[in-house]
Design a protein around this ligand. Structure first.
Ligand code: SAM
Length: 349
């Protein structure tokens, strides 16, 4: 029988009675952040993420129920997870997301719950999300131009998402972060427009390097924009100060323009990969735990859970996945990449 876990009041490191630090992996990284794909369905078809037609969604019976997700999150918290980010697919298209967030908020020792959304339904949901206990939100929006937005998302409405962003701000979701995947010849001429937005709005604009996964796999070589290139452009606007990140933060290098209300982040997953400090696990919508976005090495938690295995069994599987988290993603800039079997919408980004 496994010993009960207890949280260390000083730094919230979870240790079991044998004094084993179970949130550390083989490379002594503290794993405290879980990205959870609540559905593989999405209401947009972004050009770099999913194909326009013919996406194979998982049958509903293969997607974890909210009860199953809550059980896994509780066990992950016992293994050291302190932050959960909901993603997808599009998390707001799954029915019952609000009560699910309320239940997540009740999990002891879970310190932060966040969401990444495309923002299409945000205007409708922002206040309820805040009431459910969500504190901050990331909205993916790759352009400030209405026609371009329609093209990148294959049909989405920029105005609808912008209204959602403003509603989120008014509802008190703080910070509102805007994720921008930078792509040459697609939106790289908008880096300064996005950066300048932080003078007017308290948003955190985060530029993300295009990653060779999903629909981007074949195209990344031609349209890749590096984090260095983005920083170079941002600095042309004036002095920037570096902003240190917190213990549960993701991998963005953050800075702020002098006099700006918001911040700017760059996530250089390829050109300056941050695998050495990666603190993340990912749970797919169909219940597989991954140590790395780019590695198809996964642990199936759904099958044992549905076969009636007890918490100790599942906890062993989770801890083993943490321990064996891949050392790095192994991707090399501008080289042909191996293909991930799972599409991005099933993993959650
Ligand atoms: N539907 C939600 C959304 O749009 O934010 C959540 C899921 S989406 C897969 C999560 C994030 O992954 C989005 O910010 C999206 O831009 C990003 N993403 C998808 N494919 C990507 C790629 N090939 N490279 C970099 N980011 C990607």
């Amino acid at each position: 029988m496994k010993n009960e876990c207890s949280a260390n009041a000083e730094d919230n490191v979870v240790t079991d009675c044998a004094k084993r630090e179970i949130s550390l992996d083989h490379n002594r990284r503290r794993i405290n952040y879980l990205r959870l794909s609540v559905t593989d369905r999405c209401n947009l078809r972004c050009i770099y993420c999913v194909p326009e037609e013919g996406i194979q969604f998982q049958p509903h019976s293969e997607i974890l129920t909210y009860e199953e997700m809550l059980r896994i999150v509780r066990l992950c918290v016992r293994s050291g997870i302190r932050k959960v980010r909901l993603a997808g697919g599009e998390p707001l298209v799954r029915r019952g997301i609000l009560p699910f967030i309320e239940n997540l908020c009740k999990i002891e020792h879970l310190q932060e719950i966040a969401m990444t959304t495309n923002g299409v339904l945000l205007k409708e949901y922002a206040r309820d999300l805040r009431r459910s206990g969500l504190r901050c939100i990331n909205v993916s929006m790759d352009t400030l131009n209405s026609e371009r937005y329609r093209q990148i998302t294959r049909g989405g409405s920029f105005e609808q998402v912008w209204e959602g962003i403003e509603e989120a701000e008014e509802a008190g979701l703080d910070p509102v972060k805007i994720n921008v995947v930078a792509m040459k010849g697609v939106n790289d001429d908008e880096v300064l427009d996005f950066a300048s937005l932080t003078y007017r709005k308290p948003y955190h604009v985060r530029f993300i390097e295009l990653m060779p996964i999903g629909e981007a796999n074949a195209r990344v070589k031609g349209i890749f924009v590096s984090g260095d290139e983005i920083f170079r452009q941002i600095r042309s606007l004036g002095p920037v100060r570096y902003v240190p990140s917190g213990r549960l933060d993701g991998p963005a290098s953050m800075c702020a323009l002098e006099g700006a209300r918001g911040r700017i982040g760059v996530i250089a997953a390829l050109s300056h990969h941050f695998c050495k400090t990666c603190n993340r696990l990912r749970l797919t919508a169909d219940g597989h735990l991954r140590g790395c976005l780019f590695s198809d090495r996964e642990t199936d938690l759904k099958t044992p859970m549905r076969e009636g295995k007890d918490d100790d069994h599942l906890l062993d599987l989770i801890e083993n996945t943490i321990l064996k988290k891949p050392k790095d993603h192994g991707l090399v800039l501008h080289k042909q990449q191996r293909k991930c079997v799972r599409p991005m919408n099933g993993i959650g980004g």
